[in-house]
Each structure stands twice: as structure tokens, then as C-alpha cells.
Ligand binder design. Structure first.
Ligand SMILES: [Fe+2]
Ligand SMILES: [Fe+2]
Length: 249
């Protein structure tokens, strides 16, 4: 068991970050990069968010962690926030276990176009800005928000109204060699370094920040980097505000 000295958590295991919500990701220390799929269980609903890579050494982490909580066969829904392989490439492996059309795939219309390119046969449900779905038995509502050009035109994020979590995909992601599961006061710099080459124009960043200002957010769960607790949310929002992005020439 590897226990993070600061947070006293073991990142080699699934970590319950809120009741019924787990981090099931893996840190890639060599690349200074973590990939962060998340699992939500609510009644019979088992939702895997941004499942990840199909590389054996990556998928084995996710699979092992999910199975420490619930059999993979119980997954009812996979949410993917855009079409990148670090989110979507594992979907055919899930299909191999569960079967085609035995779980739901939820994403945006533009992303849905590319999901079959991974060899996925399951039908895809598409959502648009502000769409909501009720899942499970607790009255949990997931709200989808578009985040155009951050970094894909059809990118979306998910807001869990029950636990007030924003699953923000690549937004608020960070490269961090000294990775911790939870962000500290230095994480805002990692967010800047990630965003600068990745997002094309600060207008899109501003639009997104305005959109999430209306939400009551307790926790931000990005697809890379560290989970951002409430006390550091203003730091990472300020880090993106007025940031020069699209810097690669
Ligand atoms: Fe991406
Ligand atoms: Fe990503």
C-alpha cells in the first residue's frame, strides 16, 4: 500500500471522494500526467466517467479499481466528455465484457460521430447544453454543459447536482510531476501550464467560466491532474481568467 504522506490516501486503490463517488484513475509519474476516470454508484445505476486508455498497463488500473467496488458487468452508463483516446479508447474493452447495447454511452452529438471509430458498436445517446438526466434512486440529477473548443468543439462537462461536483474533463487539468490526488496551493500553476497550449482562444475560456459561475460547486474533478477541493476552486478559476492561451506557434 502506497500512502500519500500529505493526504494519507492510497492512490493505488480506488478512493471514495464523496459518498458513492470514486476516483478510479492512475498516475503516470513518468509522463507527469494522471488520468482520472470516476465512478458513481446510485442505486442500480453504475456510471463510469471518461474510462480512459486501452493500454493494458492503464486499463488494468481502472478495471482493478472498479472491480474492487462493483463488477464491471454492472456498469449501466459510460459518460465521455469528448472523443480523445485518453477517455474513450477503453470503451470497446468494456463492450467486450458487458456486451453491445447492454449499457448506455452518453456524450455530445459531435463526439458521438467519433465513438464508432474506436470500434464501439453500442448506440450512443447524445446530450446538449443544459440537458439533465435523473439517475439512480436518490433523485440524483446529472446536468451536461457544453464547453466549446475546450479543447474540442463538441466538448462537454458534467455537473452532479447531488454532490455538487463538476466533472470538468480537460478543463482544470494539470501536468504535475509531484502529483497528488488533491490539489494544493501550487496546483493553479499546473492548470495554467496545461491550458496555455491546449485551449485555442481565451474567449472560449471566459464563456465557460461565466457558465460555471452560476453553479454551486464543492469539488472539481478534472480528467488529468488533481481533484480540486472547494478552498482551491477560486485559485484555479483565477488561473484561467485572462490567461493567454493558444500559445504554440
Ligand atoms: Fe482531450
Ligand atoms: Fe484528456
Amino acid at each position: 500500500m502506497i500512502v500519500d504522506e500529505k493526504t494519507k490516501i492510497d492512490p493505488t486503490s480506488a478512493v471514495e471522494i464523496r459518498p458513492g463517488v470514486w476516483w478510479v484513475g492512475w498516475p503516470d509519474h513518468d509522463a507527469g500526467f494522471s488520468n482520472n476516470p470516476y465512478l458513481i454508484i446510485d442505486g442500480d445505476e453504475v456510471i463510469l466517467i471518461d474510462p480512459g486508455s486501452r493500454l493494458e498497463e492503464h486499463w488494468n488500473w481502472v478495471r482493478k479499481k472498479v472491480e474492487s467496488i462493483v463488477p464491471i458487468e454492472k456498469i449501466t452508463m459510460v459518460i465521455v466528455h469528448h472523443q480523445d483516446p485518453d477517455l474513450c479508447a477503453a470503451i470497446p474493452l468494456i463492450e467486450e465484457i458487458i456486451g453491445i447495447n447492454n449499457f448506455e454511452i452518453v456524450t455530445s452529438e459531435r463526439t458521438a460521430l467519433f465513438i464508432p471509430y474506436y470500434g464501439v458498436k453500442t448506440e450512443v445517446t447524445t446530450v446538449d447544453d443544459g440537458d439533465e438526466i435523473e439517475v439512480g434512486t436518490s433523485g440524483r440529477v446529472l446536468r451536461f454543459l457544453t464547453s466549446p473548443y475546450l479543447h474540442f468543439p463538441g466538448a462537454i462537462v458534467t455537473y452532479d447536482t447531488k454532490e455538487k461536483i463538476l466533472f470538468s474533463s480537460d478543463i482544470f487539468g494539470g501536468f504535475s510531476v509531484n502529483w497528488n490526488l488533491y490539489a494544493d496551493e501550487y496546483y493553479a500553476e499546473a492548470v495554467k501550464n496545461f491550458a496555455q497550449p491546449y485551449f485555442p482562444d481565451k474567449r472560449h475560456v471566459e464563456n465557460f467560466l461565466q457558465k460555471i459561475e452560476k453553479l454551486d460547486i464543492d469539488l472539481i474533478c478534472p480528467q488529468h491532474g488533481s481533484i480540486i477541493p472547494k478552498e482551491h476552486i477560486p485559485d484555479v478559476i483565477n488561473a484561467l481568467r485572462d490567461l493567454e492561451v493558444g500559445v504554440w506557434k
